[in-house]
Each structure stands twice: as C-alpha cells, then as structure tokens.
Design a binder for this molecule. Structure first.
Ligand code: F6P
Length: 569
C-alpha cells in the first residue's frame, strides 16, 4: 500500500505536548471533591453548563475545575483539533488507511448552499440531494399506496436487512421515533407502516421476523454499504426464498422477477452487486465510500425510516444533525459541546483511568441508543495504532455501554454507586414526555425525571458517615450504607425527543468520537479490526462442515470445539 498517510499531517503524540504535562501536574495538585467544589462555588453549575442547539448539557458534576477545562482545550489546540475538523468538513482524505474523504456531515447539508461542496471532482451536494429526492419519492409512493406488492396489495411492513451500521442506526432511530410511525406521520400515509429488522446470521432472526408476515404486503430493503457482508447477503437470500415460497403457498400466480422487483429494494455503494443479486438498479439507492457504515443512518441507509416514519420526519432528523454540525464547526472551543465532552472523555480515560463510559437514557424510546453508540464509538476508536502506523503508548477507546434508566437502576447502578471503579456516565432526559400518562394524580413522567435527577445527585454527592448515622444506623452497617460520591456524570436534557433533537444527539456523539480520535492520533473511520474474524470464519467453513483434514489443521482448542459441534449436532 502506498504511504497515503503522508497526505495529512502526522499525528502529534498527545503525551509529548505541554498541555498533557500540565494536565498531569494539575491532576496531581487537584484537591477537593464535588461536594466541596459545589459548596465553595454557587456558580459552578452555571459556569459548567452549555447549550448546543436544543441540548442543555450540564458538565458540572464531572471531576473538573475551570482550570481542567482550560488545560483540556489547550491540549485540543496543541493536537490541531480545529485544523483536523476543518479538513474533515472540507473533504480532505483524513481516512488515510482507505484514502477516503470523511463526509457524513455532507449528508445533511441543505440544498443550494453556495459554494457547493466539490470533493475529488464530484459535486457532493448535488449527489446527496439527487439520492435524497429519490428516497423521498420512493417513500411517498409506498406510503400513499401507489407502490404495491406483486399482487397489487398495499405495503404494510418494511423489513430492513442489514448489520452493523446498516442496522443499528435505522433500528435505534425507528425505536426512538416510534410515536411518529404510530401516528401514521402526517397526511401522506394511507395507514401506519411497521418496520422490522433482520441482522444476525443466526437463521432464527430471519425466521422470527418473517414468520407472521404476509408476503403480499411486505417490502424488503437490503441495506449494505459493500453488498458483500455475509450476514446480510445470506439473510437477503433467505428472505427472498421465504417470500417467493410464501406467495406460492398462498396460491398466488406471479412472475418471479417481477415479485423480486416489487418486494425488494436495496441501499448500497455497490450498485453493480445489487444488480447481480437480482434487484433492479432502478430500485436501489446509492451512497458513497466517504460515508462510514456507522456514520450512515442519515444516508440512504435511512430509507426504511423515510418510508415508515415519513420523508418529512427523516428530513427533520437530518436538520437536527445539521444543527449540531454547525455548532461543532463554528462554536468557540470553550462553548463547543462536542469538543468539551470529547476532551472530558480524554480526561476521564487518560488521567482518571476510567475504562468504561455509561450512557443512561431516561427514555424507553432510546433503548437502542447505547447499542448504537457502541458501534459508533468502539468501532471508531478501539484501536492501538495511530494514523501514521505508530503504536500508541496510552489508553484509547473506552468501553461504551448502557441501558435505559430506571431499568439500569435495578441492575447495575449498585456498582456505579459503591463499586471500586470510576465509571463516567451520561444521563439523558427530556422535559416533555412522548406519552403523557398519569397514575391517578401522579404524572408518571415526573417520577421518571425524579429518578433522573436523583441518580446523578447521588453519584456526585454520596452519603457521608454522619448522614448515615443520623438516620440511626450503627456499627458495621454504617460503611455499607455510605456512598463515597465524587463519581462523575454529565446530564443532557432537551425539551422533547423530536426527530431534530435525536439528530442533534447522534451528531453530538459522532463529533465527540472524532475529538477523541484526534487527540489519540487515531483514524476513527476504518475498521481493520473486524477483518480477521471474517476471514477466519470463511476459512473455517470446510472444517465446520466436517472435513477431517481441515479440522486437524486447526489449533487444538478450535479443533476440539468443532469436534464437539460435529458430535452434538
Ligand atoms: O463490522 C464491520 C462492518 O464493515 C461495519 O463497519 C459495517 O457497518 C458493517 O460491517 C456492515 O457493512 P455493510 O453495510 O457493508 O454490509
């Protein structure tokens, strides 16, 4: 491979910067606790709260002072964060290992901006809006009933087949914006549509998802950037067989090619492979290799969303992304929420030695958001080599995880409150409920919010010996009932979980991921780490099928596991 890394400035080893050394010294000298800092400074919450678009972000319950923030921003400047951000937005090939531009932000630029974004000789704005227009028209035709299945029946269910970025984003957004689907989302829908998702190569996924579907009213979207992903192509074939068999079983007369054309559409960057699969290229929606899979929910990969939620909702989502992009591109560093949150993660990982990061949405509709963030953050920054090929000498990519509150409270919060590890947490909540329900006089959303407020308060301020004893507890029970507090968290609030706010949230975490990658000198836009497992899985196929020589050629553990499988299948 040519040395494409030379096209962008070499990464700066962050540990060699003056700011890193200053942060080290600052950490050594840092005294006090959240209790003390809040007591000493009544302005602390205000000083450390920021607004970005509709998001209200309270950073004050983190283990930082104003000086920590200043030093972290010095570090951001020293590693050239602003220059790299601007290079990304302008279409520089910052994905060096694949020699690609990184332009997911172009997916949400409005039409008609002057000057147009031209990258590698292509008018990116024109390309994006041409596809968006086709997605919109397709969505409208399905929603209005103009597009029908092969027997002339209106589509009722859309099954998206994809994995990784071609699944997690669409599922997460569909779940988050369910009220918009249930409502039939506006006047253009003849009736509400349901979305379902198949991702796992475990055939039970396809089976369970299709078993009660009517093939005549089912539309399948095969979503794969590369259109080579084993799971997706296998599932697409399984579902094609299911659909054709199920139509036949209903005694329907049909032409096979026409049935595939009416029931299968595709989203991909590889339109030639779409045609090879038998899907009419006229029914395929493209995107480009400058969109990483985990950054693609706002590309044609979101077609399922445009169909089921409606194109207006999808465009509102894109507008939300754009709001955060503009903030990231233009807000001064000290006001820039993705920059501050990204740098705070650097502080937590590299100075406070946090190994994981919890994301805790107090919204059941966001129940897939932590899973979505796992791919976004961990496939991006789970690396130990910098973009010039040099090894890092510091920790990178923390483990992101989470569950919706309050379910998590009754599962793992014990460890957050009283365990031995430091686990920074992002709490997310919305002022207005998506479903305003009352339990008698009680507004149930207020109960949810009371829990949201209580948890970050308990983590930050804990419960002292005196407070425990004042409740009448004595002896060995006292330490068991004490909470050390001083456990960091960020609280993110917004007026409501609208499509725009969701777009803002997603873009926020995209940019946080970029900020961390930049400090670590990591290219967040490739994913070589998933290749070895894929290669081995296909190489193992003969052994799994029982070829003795192939089994014997494996390491002893793998050979024994395969023999166990062969003996018990
Ligand atoms: O897990 C590797 C990966 O390439 C992800 O980055 C991607 O989102 C996923 O596989 C699916 O890829 P595709 O959209 O090409 O099927």
């Amino acid at each position: 491979m040519t040395d494409i890394a030379s096209a962008v400035p070499a990464p700066i080893d962050p540990t060699e910067t003056a700011a890193w050394r200053a942060l080290d010294q600052h950490q050594d000298a840092l005294t006090g606790s959240l209790r003390e800092w809040f007591a000493a400074d009544p302005q602390r919450a205000g000083t450390l709260t920021r607004e970005a678009g509709d998001l209200h972000v309270d950073l004050s319950k983190n283990l930082i002072t104003a000086e920590t923030v200043d030093l972290l921003l010095d570090l951001a400047r020293e590693v050239g964060l602003e220059e790299r951000r601007d290079a990304m937005l302008a279409g520089a090939h910052i994905n060096t290992s694949e020699d690609r531009a990184v332009l997911h932000t172009a997916l949400r630029r409005p039409a008609g901006i002057e000057p147009a974004l031209v990258v590698d000789g292509q008018d990116v704005d024109a390309d994006v809006h041409e596809v968006l227009g086709r997605v919109r028209a397709f969505a409208q035709s399905v929603r209005s009933g103009a597009w029908t299945g092969v027997t002339g029946k209106r589509i009722e269910t859309v099954v998206n087949i994809g994995i990784g970025g071609s699944d997690l984003g669409p599922v997460m957004v569909y779940e988050a914006l369910k009220p918009y689907a249930d409502a039939g989302s506006g006047s253009d829908a003849a009736a509400p549509l349901e979305a379902r998702f198949i991702s796992n190569i475990d055939p039970t996924d396809a089976y369970e998802t299709t078993k009660d579907l009517d093939p005549e009213t089912t539309l399948v979207i095969v979503a794969s950037k590369t259109f080579t992903t084993l799971e997706t192509i296998t599932n697409a074939r399984l579902v094609r067989t299911w659909l054709l068999d199920a139509l036949r079983a209903q005694g329907v007369e049909f032409d096979e090619a026409e049935a595939v054309a009416k029931h299968f559409v595709a989203v991909s960057t590889a339109l030639d492979k779409v045609a090879d699969f038998g899907i009419d290229p006229a029914n395929a929606f493209g995107f480009w290799n400058w969109v990483g899979g985990r950054y693609s929910v706002d590309s044609a990969i979101g077609t399922v969303l445009a169909v089921v939620l409606g194109p207006d909702v999808f465009e509102e989502l894109l507008a939300g992304f754009r709001t955060m992009d503009e903030h990231f591109a233009t807000a001064p560093l000290a006001e820039n929420v993705p920059v501050l949150m990204g740098m705070l993660n650097i502080w937590n990982v590299n100075f406070l030695e946090a190994e994981t990061h919890a994301v805790l949405p107090y919204s059941q509709y966001l129940h897939r958001f932590p899973a979505y963030l796992q791919q976004l953050t961990m496939e991006s920054n789970g690396k130990s080599v910098r973009w010039d090929g040099s090894l890092v000498s510091y920790d990178t990519g923390e483990v992101f995880w989470g569950e919706p509150g309050t379910n998590g409270q009754h599962a793992f919060y014990q460890l957050l409150h009283q365990g031995t590890r430091i686990i920074p947490a992002d709490f997310i909540a919305f002022a207005t409920p998506a479903r305003p329900l009352r339990d008698g006089e009680q507004d149930v959303h207020e109960l949810l919010l009371a829990n949201f407020f209580a948890q970050s308060k308990a983590l930050a301020f804990g419960k002292t010996r005196e407070e425990v004893e004042a409740e009448g507890t004595t002896g060995a029970l006292v330490p068991a009932r004490m909470f050390s507090g001083n456990r960091p968290s960020t609280s993110i609030m917004a007026p409501a979980l609208t499509p725009s706010v969701l777009g803002q949230l997603i873009a926020l975490y995209e940019h946080i991921t970029f900020v961390q990658g930049t400090v670590w000198g990591i290219n967040p836009f490739d994913q070589w780490g998933v290749e070895l497992g894929k290669q081995l899985a296909s190489a193992l196929a003969p052994a799994v099928a029982g070829d003795e020589a192939a089994i014997a050629a494996q390491d002893a553990s793998t050979a024994e596991l395969i023999r166990y499988y062969r003996a018990h299948r």
